[in-house]
Design a protein around this ligand. Structure first.
Ligand code: URA
Length: 434
């Protein structure tokens, strides 16, 4: 088989066989097929797409390119949750201890942030001492002992995806549904869960800009999950404005913890409870959305979810004092209030600009080797639909470099569109695909 023939076939709109796709994935992973040929192939896929069968074969080949975690040593139905990435998305931090305290084991692999979107592993590393690189036997033991462990993806989890993703990132071939779906699902299917809930973000701060695109992606992923024998549900959630109020690592961790104490922002808790409902139903422990939601609200109200969170952070080496009292986290040196500057209603907040502003303060990575400043970020005081007057603070910015803060403040102010007429609070849950 020759790679050039397979590129030609895809360029002309042909359908590749399982064997041909395996040849590409294995050859590229081993370094036998060069980047420039795979780049040409990826671009051909962007123009001609992939059939359902091709996408399944690609996912399967990527999944089998490395280790496949065996979680059979953990009793109970393991339900994983994955977000396609957004701004202010600290859902895993709040949702995991809630479902864990209801007896659903959480054995989760999470990623780091790149570009304007954050990553759970970076957020967890806000706790001094927190360990995210965990051997498989310890990972399983922790889940059996306390019901929850969140680790970084091991190097050898779907290595084909790591190489392909890096190449897609620099060849403008990220936003093709068959490539996104196979990338996400190869990792999810390697992580050993019995069931998967996908949070597919839609809007300005997400890969998928429209509900139609997101629904298309979600349907591909749900089918890939089911074809691999896993119960899979996708929830389409809005990422037009940042989720919750805090954006930036330590600030988000603090908000996630406050949410477990019953003080979560309304939009954030709606996403947490909707995803949690789907997880609890897939686990088989709850039959109806109403009973699942009531159970989650109860563990937040009675404090057991917050206790589970502290136990989890401490079990993974996080500083116990900070785990119990987030006031003890490091703080950024400076705080800057951003004013509305005009009367009206918040019509929109461009999530990608807020994410970018926080990144420019040092809160995110432009390249994968950048070191993050965990203290910086912003806390939004006004969200879409809120009434504002000119002197109101719409957001507070936290940073360590005054010049960078001035530019970031300008970017955040410009991310807000203030309009004259009242705006309804945006719809957050856009669809559920089961
Ligand atoms: N997240 C992934 O893991 N892969 C993609 O291709 C896009 C988002």
């Amino acid at each position: 088989m020759r790679m050039v023939d397979l590129i030609e076939k895809k360029k002309l709109g042909g359908e590749l066989s399982e064997e041909e796709i395996r040849f590409i994935v294995n050859g590229f992973t081993k370094g036998e097929i060069p980047d420039y040929q795979v780049s040409a192939f990826l671009m051909a896929v962007c123009f001609n797409h992939m059939t359902g069968d091709e996408t399944f074969f690609l996912t399967d080949a990527m999944r089998k390119s490395g280790d496949v975690l065996d979680l059979s040593g953990i009793s109970g139905v393991k339900v994983d949750k994955h977000s396609s990435g957004g701004v202010g998305d600290k859902t895993t931090l709040t949702l995991s201890p809630i479902v864990s305290s209801l007896g659903i084991p959480v054995a989760k692999m999470s990623g780091r942030g790149l570009g304007h979107t954050g990553g759970t592993i970076d957020k967890l590393e806000s706790y001094p001492g927190f360990v995210t690189s965990i051997p498989e036997d310890r990972f399983i033991k922790q889940v059996n002992d306390i019901g929850i462990c969140v680790a970084g993806q091991t190097k050898n989890l779907a290595p084909a995806d790591k190489k392909l993703y890096a190449l897609r990132d620099i060849t403008a071939t990220v936003a093709e549904p068959s490539l996104i779906a196979s990338s996400i699902m190869s990792k999810k299917l390697s992580s050993g869960a019995d069931a998967i809930v996908l949070d597919v973000k839609v809007g300005d701060g997400a890969f998928m800009k429209t509900v139609e695109e997101a629904r298309h992606l979600a349907k591909i992923m749900v089918k890939l999950g089911k074809d691999a024998g896993k119960k899979t549900t996708a929830v389409l959630t809005s990422m037009e404005e940042p989720l919750g109020n805090a954006v930036g690592n330590i600030l988000e961790v603090r908000e996630a913890y406050e949410s477990l104490k019953g003080n979560g922002p309304k939009d954030f808790m709606e996403v947490v409870y909707t995803l949690g409902t789907e997880m609890l139903i897939l686990s088989g422990k709850y039959d109806t959305p109403e009973s699942a939601k009531a159970a989650m609200e109860e563990v937040v109200e009675n404090g057991s979810a917050a206790k589970k969170y502290e136990e989890w952070i401490i079990a993974q080496g996080g500083d116990p004092e900070i785990a119990r009292d987030p006031e003890k986290f490091d703080h950024a040196k400076n705080a800057l209030e951003i004013k509305a500057g005009q009367d009206g209603y918040v019509g929109s907040i461009k999530a990608s600009d807020v994410g970018h502003a926080v990144m420019s303060l040092g809160g995110g990575r432009a390249t994968k080797d950048d070191v993050i400043d965990l203290t910086v970020g912003t806390v939004l005081q006004k969200k879409v639909g809120d009434n504002v007057s000119s002197e109101d603070t719409i957001a507070v910015l936290y940073g360590n470099d005054e010049e960078k803060m001035r530019a970031a403040a300008e970017e955040i102010r410009n991310s807000y569109k203030i309009v004259g007429d009242a705006v309804p609070a945006p719809e957050l849950i856009l669809d559920i695909i089961r």
